[in-house]
Design a protein around this ligand. Structure first.
Ligand code: 13P
Ligand code: SF4
Length: 398
């Protein structure tokens, strides 16, 4: 199975996307393409014992040798991470493909938008594969390209706002939305470079439209010295996003009403309880958490920053972490000389990350050994071009 992010007939830089019917067509086709991605694991891979899967995965890796690189996002379960040639956050992994030019096949154990970014940044001769096509991201799904285009169209219709907004998308978004930013002068950010990216945007235009994560947007605005009053939330299900024209003229940050269902679960109460139970504990959370939780915590940082902080901390130090459970448990395991635990004792793993199971990995690897590419992620060339423009603007800011 191959999925392709379709291109519009024409993508014209500098032209308002609202007026570009072909781009609207792209959005609809892209969305339909994404939603029709279903991975049917063949029956012969169901119910296999872990030991058999392990033997078969290792045998396929050995046969494929340097032609294969397996990338594992930090939120993957241990049963998958054990096979990763490289581990990292979404940004690090997107760049990893270029660092392994000898690898013909990049098997991305993570979620759909990450595999798209890898395909965009990889070389022509490299093929990106997502073992389970239904491994999406609920946050990325909250910003449909069609709704973002409608928002853009609406903003261009407001006097005093039109022409003053820079679009900036979080890495957790479709390739089509990254391309939308590229076409409209904007760029991409990750949780580790959001401040630099938004500074870049506000040096060039008065306002920023940030999507899909309102929390990362708000937390970043606050860190940059703005107040909540400088922000507003754009609800795609309300006329003008639920705002008045005056609100839009006043705000510097227009934040898309999206969130991460994993990080939204952390609460201020959990931070307080951690301090009561373990005086002196360090509380570090991901900036996808709510502003109240980020304010209450000692530190906030991206996945890689959390790993760095815990790894570099002195033995005996204590850490309550607000991020995905697979990463926190792995950190605890790798640092037995420190107390490391998840702020939320009953948190579920990221449900979509969890869809990458060893059976899917065995399926795609054995397919490659037999000469069959299954579950390829292929972003259309023109969409990839504009998404790359937005990604490269990000790289130039940091
Ligand atoms: P990273 O960009 O840190 O990999 O995070 C991705 C993500 O999905 C966080 O929820
Ligand atoms: Fe998406 Fe949240 Fe899962 Fe990250 S943790 S992939 S933002 S749903």
């Amino acid at each position: 199975m191959t999925t392709t992010t379709m291109a519009p007939e024409k993508l014209t830089p500098g032209k308002g996307c609202d007026a570009d019917r072909s781009l609207a067509d792209l959005l609809i086709r892209t969305e339909m393409g994404t939603k029709s991605q279903v991975s049917h694991l063949p029956k012969r891979y169901m119910g296999l014992e872990a030991t058999e899967l392990d033997e078969r995965i290792e045998a396929a890796r050995k046969t494929l040798g340097d032609r294969l690189v397996i990338l594992g996002h930090h939120y993957q379960r241990d049963e998958i991470i054990q096979y990763a040639d490289l581990r990292g956050d979404s940004f690090k992994l997107a760049k990893a493909a270029a660092a392994r030019p000898e690898a013909e096949f990049i098997v991305f154990c993570g979620v759909h938008f990450m595999a798209e970014s890898t395909d965009i940044l990889s070389a022509e001769h490299q093929t990106t594969i997502l073992p389970n096509m239904s491994a999406g991201c609920s946050m990325a799904d909250m910003a449909s390209t069609e709704d973002v285009l409608q928002c853009w169209d609406d903003l261009q219709g407001v006097e005093g706002v039109a022409g003053k907004v820079m679009p900036a998308t979080y890495m957790n978004s479709t390739a089509a939305l990254k391309a939308f930013c590229g076409i409209n002068g904007g760029l991409v950010c990750t949780s580790s470079n959001a401040q630099a990216v938004i500074r870049w945007a506000l040096d060039r235009r008065e306002k920023v439209l940030f999507f899909p994560d309102q929390h990362l947007g708000r937390n970043t605005a606050r860190k940059m010295g703005y107040s909540v009053d400088d922000t507003l939330v754009w609800d795609p299900f309300q006329p003008l996003g639920g705002n008045s024209e005056d609100d839009l003229r006043r705000a510097t940050f227009i934040l898309w009403k999206g969130h991460c269902s994993v990080h939204k679960r952390f609460t201020v109460e959990q931070v307080r309880q951690a301090r009561e139970r373990h005086p002196g504990i360090n509380v570090m959370v991901h900036p996808e958490c709510t502003m109240e939780v980020v304010d209450e915590a000692d530190y906030d940082g991206s996945t890689e920053q959390i790993i760095k902080s815990v790894s570099e901390a002195p033995p005996g130090s204590k850490w309550a972490i607000g991020t995905e459970i697979n990463l926190v448990n792995r950190l605890a395991h790798e640092h037995p000389d420190k107390l490391v635990y998840c702020l939320d004792p009953v948190i579920c793993p990221c449900a979509t990350m969890y869809r990458i199971h060893p059976a899917y990995l065995a399926w795609v690897l054995e397919g490659l050994v037999e000469g069959n590419v299954v579950n390829q992620i292929k972003v259309d060339d023109e969409v990839a071009h504009w998404a790359r423009v937005a990604l490269e603007r990000m790289l130039a800011t940091t």
